[in-house]
Design a protein around this ligand. Structure first.
Ligand code: SAH
Length: 350
């Protein structure tokens, strides 16, 4: 029998579950408090041994644990390899900024979107993560951050690890509500960014959820013909439909959209591309985040020179489109995009 994953439950659902197994709702509240701290049943010392044993038999407490950590010597970025109960692994990155720690979270084991520059998608999607497995990443990272410094904790979250969040829509929506719960981790939705490669129908659904998350859209090209060269999803949803969905999101939520644009040498970073992009984004409440490509061993795509990246940014700004170049963090620890999991998997397979 499949065990019940308690971390995927809200406080109310957990209370109902406890009643269902013949306990009081109050026990539900106690268990919930332990779960938010990443405790296992055996640690829940204010419950009877009999209840702890009953829970351990029927349910799981902590569905992810940190299997491996790499701490960058350059910028205090930490990279995690999380292990889940079925043996699958996903990556996470904790970045330290002045305004607090930002956690990069995975939503699926692998990814099926097939972007040509991305390491996470090389072996396809193994499975989607549950809400509890996403919340478990935050709790484990919180405990890790606190172990370095009691004042540290996860302050911001970006759904930019492996996986396409809108391809795991219901679980991601549930996770957002769980992580925001005032009685739980209480992380503000305004501090959370959801990044999508552009699943247009789901972007319309998201606009109706009334969740004040920041929407990031992986654009990576100024037109469909370039976009199709690296992003298969561009064959399904052309750019004008994608930008229409973005305009709808802005209109419905009043929030600006962030466009991610990975700069790839000899592909998308000429001045004329900046002009074409600016023309398409004109008048939109948006910001462009330029990311010099992290070259992936398995892919023969490269970043342009720093000079070219800066020229591209200046050209966008000249066209009245706000743009910044993303700072690179954790480059000494395989910080980027699915690289650590692949490395560890291939070492294990040797
Ligand atoms: N599936 C979602 C979120 C995960 S990836 C999405 O596509 O948005 C987070 C961001 O990293 C995306 O913008 C993605 O395109 C980008 N990315 C992936 N591989 C990269 C690489 N090698 N270099 C730079 N950015 C990369």
């Amino acid at each position: 029998m499949m065990k019940t994953q308690l971390l995927s439950m809200s406080l109310e659902e957990l209370k109902a579950y406890m009643k269902q197994i013949g306990e009081s709702a109050f026990r539900g509240k106690q268990v919930y408090e332990w779960l938010m701290r990443g405790a296992d049943f055996k640690d829940m010392t204010n419950l009877s041994a009999a209840l702890r044993a009953k829970l351990a038999e029927n349910a799981t407490a902590n569905p992810v644990r940190i299997e491996e950590v790499r701490l960058s010597k350059l910028d205090e970025t930490s990279k995690f390899l999380y292990l889940m109960e079925d043996g699958n692994m996903v990556e996470g990155v904790l970045m330290r900024y002045h305004h607090g720690d930002t956690l990069c979270l995975s939503t699926q084991v692998g990814c099926k979107m097939g972007c040509k520059f991305c390491a996470s998608t090389l072996d396809g999607c193994v499975r989607s993560l549950t809400p509890g497995e996403m919340l478990g990443q935050v709790i484990a990272a919180n405990n890790y951050a606190k172990s370095l410094d009691p004042d540290r904790r996860v302050h911001n979250i970006v759904l930019m690890g492996s996986g396409e969040p809108l391809d795991n829509y219901d679980n991601v929506m549930k996770f957002l509500r769980l992580v925001n719960a005032p009685e739980g981790l209480n992380i503000s939705l305004r501090n959370i960014s959801l990044s999508t490669c552009g699943l247009v129908p789901k972007m319309y659904d998201l606009a109706e959820e009334n969740l004040p998350v920041t929407l990031s859209v992986s654009l990576h090209a100024p037109n469909d013909s370039i976009r199709r060269q690296t992003m298969p999803v561009a064959n399904t949803y052309p750019m004008d439909k994608l930008l229409e969905a973005c305009r709808n999101y802005i209109a419905k939520t009043g929030r600006r959209v962030i466009f991610e644009y990975a700069l790839v040498a000899d592909l998308n970073c000429e001045q004329k591309h900046a002009d074409e992009l600016a023309k398409k984004l004109r008048g939109m409440q948006c910001h462009v985040n330029l990311i010099p490509l992290n070259s992936v061993k398995e892919r023969n795509l490269e970043a342009p020179s720093r000079q070219l990246a800066e020229d591209f940014q200046r050209r966008l700004e000249h066209n009245h489109i706000s743009a910044t170049i993303r700072r690179e963090m954790g480059s000494d620890i395989d910080g980027a995009c699915g690289q650590l999991r692949r490395k560890v998997l291939s070492e294990k397979n040797q």
